[in-house]
Design a protein around this ligand. Structure first.
Ligand code: 9Z3
Length: 318
């Protein structure tokens, strides 16, 4: 079965209620960084949902904790990029990702002396907290990061297109790092019931439709000169490189980062039109808490610099 067109998708699915607010934030952020001649990367992160009811009790979800996107954001900031962090609500975020669960509370001490309560960071936690807090404060003080969030696949597409419209003015200075796990399937709006599906009606038959491939208009129309990196998630090793290469040939963007669900935190394959490069963390590196994203981002920063030199040469020649 073929999917409808991307134009049809936007015609049928209305923008989310907070869309105009987010669009203004994106516009202001991009204009400011464009004015200062900065590079901007759009990092998408986390999984999209497909609601099965308008008043949603059940939904289909795509797996992603948001580790890839949130960690990569920190490394892009370190390399001097301004970052639009477009993430699934409640998935991992840069900086706070280091303190999930009870970690933050375990770093604190509390003393109650009469009416005065004092909370302090435990001395051995200061060394852990301080460098992260410094980087967090610096990024926010410089206005170098913008958070926007989505939940459903339709909200994701509305935000993605809006971000691209704002990034278009930056031309080759924009990078798109599409790490979010985006559903290939959805239930079109008209087929979604208003209320909770009732079990008394028997087992529901839910037909999923194919989501239009947004990478096509994104590369060809929305940000034609940006450096676009997509991610390919597979569970069958034999499909990984062929499917990454096929995506690159079909959409003609710059890079596909392939990863397997089971090994995604210590092995990726970066596929470009003329090379395939594997990054593997050693057991020791994994044990020492090295993020594979530092190497992925470093490679992309290098490739983007090359892209900019090419664009500069093109402009001079033109
Ligand atoms: C990825 O492959 C990401 O690397 C992960 C990161 C989702 C595996 P975590 O957030 O996981 O660290 O837990 N993202 C892209 C997945 C995706 O949906 N790709 C589509 C496809 O493969 C569209 S490009 O067809």
């Amino acid at each position: 079965m073929t999917s409808g067109s991307w134009e049809e998708f936007f015609a049928i699915h209305l923008p989310p209620p907070d869309f105009e607010d987010n669009r203004s934030l994106l516009k202001e952020f991009c204009e400011r960084h464009e004015h200062y001649g900065n590079k901007i990367v759009l990092v998408t992160s986390g999984g999209t949902t497909v609601p099965l009811e308008h008043n949603t009790v059940r939904f289909v979800d795509n797996f992603s904790a948001g580790t890839r996107g949130s960690a990569s954001t920190e490394y892009f900031l370190e390399h001097g990029y301004a970052v639009i962090f477009m993430h699934r609500q409640k998935s991992l975020e840069p900086f706070t990702r280091h303190f999930t669960g009870q970690k933050l509370l375990d770093m604190l001490d509390i003393q109650e002396r009469g009416p005065n309560t004092t909370i302090t960071v435990k001395p051995d936690s200061v060394d852990v907290l301080a460098p992260i807090l410094l980087r967090y404060k610096a990024a926010h003080a410089a206005g170098a990061i913008l958070h926007v969030s989505f939940t459903t696949v339709s909200e994701y597409f509305w935000l993605l297109r809006a971000a691209c419209e704002c990034l278009a003015n930056l031309g080759p200075r924009a990078v798109l790092y599409l790490a979010a796990a985006v559903s290939d399937f959805y239930v079109p709006k008209d087929c979604v019931p208003t209320h909770k599906i009732q079990s008394e009606s028997g087992p529901p038959i839910i037909q999923l439709h194919l989501v239009p491939k947004m990478l096509a208009p994104l590369v060809n129309l929305w940000v034609p000169t940006a450096y676009v990196v997509s991610f390919k998630l597979e569970t069958d090793e034999n499909l990984l490189v062929p499917k990454a290469r096929a995506a690159l040939e079909k959409y003609k963007h710059k890079m596909v980062v392939g990863n397997m669900l089971q090994t995604r935190h210590h092995r990726v394959i970066m596929v470009t039109p003329d090379a395939t490069q594997e990054i593997i963390l050693t057991r020791e590196e994994v044990h020492a808490g090295v993020d594979i994203e530092s190497s992925i981002v470093l490679e992309i920063v290098r490739a983007h610099a090359e892209h900019l030199r090419g664009a500069g040469a093109g402009a001079a020649a033109g």
